[in-house]
Structures are given as structure tokens and as C-alpha cells.
Design a protein around this ligand. Sequence first.
Ligand SMILES: [Ca+2]
Ligand SMILES: [Ca+2]
Length: 298
Amino acid sequence: MLASLLTAGSANAQEYYEGIRSMDIYSTGEWIEIDGLANEECWANSAVSVQPVEVVTTDWGVEPVEIGAYAASFQAVYDANYIYYFIKVVDDTYIPYDKDQMKGDTGVDNVELMFFPDPAGRDEYHSSIDARSRGLSQIRIWPGATENQTSGGGYAGGRMVEGKLTGLEYKSVRTDYGYDIECVLPWSEIMPEGTEGNLATGKSILMDVNIANCEDYESNNRLFIMGWSGSDHNAWRWNAEFGELNFKGELPTSGVAEVAVDAEAPVVYYNLQGVRVANPENGTFIRVQGKQTTKVAL
Ligand SMILES: [Ca+2]
Ligand SMILES: [Ca+2]
């Protein structure tokens, strides 16, 4: 009797957890310039996996919506003090942060990073325990924001002052497919005192990435939210479906990929605000040719 109960329980658990992700993350000593460009060796290292953000999140019982050509992915690395992300979003309705036009924090295209410091504190089976008071951090950032503006909740939210979080820095670049965001976050604003030990090699924390699409400023409406792990629309307050971020120590250097320079690829210039420029002159621009991105003064 007991054995069959256990078997049934584990089958349910397996089904419940099948959408939950797990990723290895490596540390790097490389200086990462937060300029929205994947111009660091770490982003080309094959050990730094590209994680798809591909699940349409829903409330329980609600059917997912059609997402069309929308797609997103991210990479992440860390060091003793920070975690770094490079996020790519395919979005043909670019609705960037714009204080004058936006009606709310979620009324424009946005990215949410969620953390929970201890895997043992996961709320299994949607017990509906709000994890924000127990160390969950929610940090929202936007393409087009130029002053590291943020909003959010939980532990990190409580440390935000006038829309800023100490040490949070990010930069977006508009691309022909949508936008990229490079971002750095200090562990000190994510990990409550006493939980830092979970950042050691061989340990894990819980994490999720949600990316939301808006198509106009007027409606103040997210059409859908894509998630990395699970399909829980309530990841901002529940950690039930967060994925595991497994700390692996130093990034293996053998994985560095050759950067192919495609001399035949067309050259496209962007200004530092990420806007495409047809005839760049008298300033600093971002030059993109094929997969190669460089900052140039013209
Ligand atoms: Ca960079
Ligand atoms: Ca959009």
C-alpha cells in the first residue's frame, strides 16, 4: 500500500516537474563591459549555454496564447560578486521603456529575473506560499531604458530605492530582430544574509527568467509572458517552478569558439541608444557585420 502510494506520488511529481529547467553556470574573470554587445569571449564559449525562454506562462487552467514569431533566449556567467546575463529577444513590436508614453511598469516590453536563494525552500505542488518574504527576488528591466531603471518585489524589491538597485547595470541594443540586453546584478542584492554559501561550486540556487511582449503603449497590456522554467504565471511570488542554477566554478577555456569574420556580410550601424543609423558620422557607433559586433568611432 505504502509502496504504491509512493509510486503514484513520484509519477505525479515527475509530470509536475517536467517543465522545470536546470542549467550549469560558470564563473569568469573576464571584464564584461555592459554595453549590450556580446563582445566578450565568455558569450562565445560553448560551455556558456544558450537557454531558450520558450514556455508561454499561464494561470492554472488558462489556455496559452499564440506567440507568432516571438522568441527569446539568454546566457549567464558569474563571479564572486555578480551574475551577468546576455538576453536576446525576437520581437517585431519594439515597445521600449519611455517614461512619457508608458502607462505602467508592465505596459512596455520587459524582462523579469527571479531568484530564490535555497533550493530546499521550493514550494512543491503550488502550495501557494508567497515566497517573497522568504528571499524571493523579482527584478524587472526594460529595453530602451538608459539609466538602469528597475522595479520588482521580494528581497531585491525591498532594496530598490527610487527605481534603482545598487549595482544593477544593464544596456539594451535594438537589433534587426528585436533587441538584446546585457545585464549585471550583484549577489548582495539577490542573496539574503546567511544564504551566500549556496553560491559555492557544487551548490545551486533557484532562478527564472520571464520575458513579456507588449505591442503598443496605449493598452498598457502584456499580450503574453514567456518563461524559462515551468509555465507558472505567478513566478513573481511563487518559486514552485523555478529552475536550478548549478554553480560549476571556472569556465573551461577549451570551449572558446572561433569567431568567424564574414567579410561578405552587410555592415549595419547603430547609435549607442540602439537605433539603426543609415549614415554614421561624428560619433561612436556600434558596427555589426555578420556575427561580429564592435564599437567604432567615426
Ligand atoms: Ca558586452
Ligand atoms: Ca513587443
